[in-house]
Design a protein around this ligand. Structure first.
Ligand SMILES: NC(=O)c1ccc[n+]([C@@H]2O[C@H](COP(=O)([O-])OP(=O)(O)OC[C@H]3O[C@@H](n4cnc5c(N)ncnc54)[C@H](O)[C@@H]3O)[C@@H](O)[C@H]2O)c1
Length: 326
């Protein structure tokens, strides 16, 4: 099969491409390599994919309809899509709202349109986010919960992606599956995310910002578990029986709720150095606790996260040190 993976130079996209190529699939990777965070890490990820059998990279913006139509025309073998390209990050959405509608709404719709007019399409898998749960206080978060009250524009655009996908599954029978990721971390992780920022601050001896005075819990998910889930889902498209739209939506999380301060403690331990803490109030748009109910994805595709933070953090820190030559 041939899989079009968008966001291929990104954290999750890079790892998904690696796993698909390792099992012998052909992969067309797309990314615009924007500078939301240092593009050097995106180029470094791509360099590791470059030259692998079955891999082609196209630098393009997924919201560029002409470029994406051209790509579809030149690669009629594409039969599966994994749309991971997005403007990520809750905090950035307070200042750059149009980056979010561009990539996450316009871009997502452009990808759905490609799938709509592709007779070979078997499955359209895409990234959503735990942030759609907003300030829901019921834990664990379940896909059955109402998600009509986003507290960031990022969350609102991710929810829009889910709703548009449902419409395309219903109207055009495009088989779609959305995955609500819960705080993903691991080697080649994003420089704007907590694990990386904490490690950097500790190494440099600069204060690390800890929001809500450290009273936060997260369902951290190790990257290898996420990739297993993405590929497990890719191989199990929704059938859309009894006139139902071929549409699935799952939570995908590590299945444990960890205290933020324990996560930081492990990073300190692995680096052999204490952090300087800067305790701050809750950030607008952020949530205090996330826990995923993963019953549905466990039942349907056998998803079983195995990496606890006690194993995942040392693996992240090892990569961090190697990458920075420490
Ligand atoms: N990492 C997490 O914890 C997490 C949590 C929830 C949801 N997600 C979602 O998972 C997906 C992947 O996230 P990630 O952590 O790998 O982020 P990332 O920023 O590392 O990867 C996204 C990639 O998409 C590219 N991109 C952005 N806009 C684009 C556009 N218009 N056209 C083409 N490429 C574009 C970027 O250059 C980047 O390389 C995103 O949809 C994100 O919203 C991630």
């Amino acid at each position: 099969m041939t899989v079009l993976v968008t966001g291929a130079a990104g954290f999750i996209g890079y790892h998904v491409c690696q796993r698909l190529l390792d099992r012998g699939d052909r992969v067309v990777g797309v990314d615009c390599i924007n500078d939301y965070y240092d593009p050097a890490v995106k180029h470094a990820r791509l360099a590791r994919l470059d030259g692998k059998d079955g891999f082609t990279f196209v630098k393009a913006d997924i919201a560029d309809r002409a470029a994406m139509a051209e790509l579809a025309k030149s690669r009629p073998d594409i039969d599966r899509y994994i749309n991971l390209a997005a403007q990520a990050g809750v905090r950035h959405s307070l200042n750059k709202p149009f980056d979010y509608t561009h990539a996450n709404v316009e871009g997502h719709l452009t990808m759905l349109e490609l799938a709509r007019f592709n007779d070979r399409v078997r499955h359209f898998v895409y990234a959503s986010s735990s942030s759609v749960y907003g300030s829901n206080s019921k834990q664990p978060f379940s896909v059955e919960d109402r998600v009509d009250t986003p507290i960031s524009l990022y969350a609102a655009t991710k929810r829009a992606g889910e709703l548009m996908s449902h419409a395309y599954s219903h109207l055009f029978r495009v088989p779609t599956t959305g995955l609500r990721f819960f705080t993903v971390y691991g080697p080649w992780g994003r420089p704007d995310m907590a694990a990386y920022l904490f490690a950097k601050g500790i190494i440099e001896g600069t204060p690390i910002k800890i929001f809500n005075n450290g009273d936060m819990r997260r369902d951290f998910t190790f990257i290898d578990d996420i990739v297993s889930g993405v590929i497990g889902v890719l191989d199990n498209p929704p059938a859309g029986k009894n006139g139902e739209p071929p549409y699935h939506l799952y939570n995908i999380g590590g299945n444990t709720s960890e205290r933020l301060m324990d996560y930081i403690g492990l990073i300190e331990e692995c680096l052999g150095k204490k952090a300087i803490y800067e305790f701050l109030p809750m950030q607008p748009g952020d949530v205090k606790e996330t826990v995923a109910d993963i019953t549905a994805i466990q039942r349907d595709v056998g998803f079983a996260p195995t990496t606890r933070i006690t194993e995942g953090i040392p693996r992240f820190i090892q990569w961090f040190k190697d990458y920075h030559g420490l």
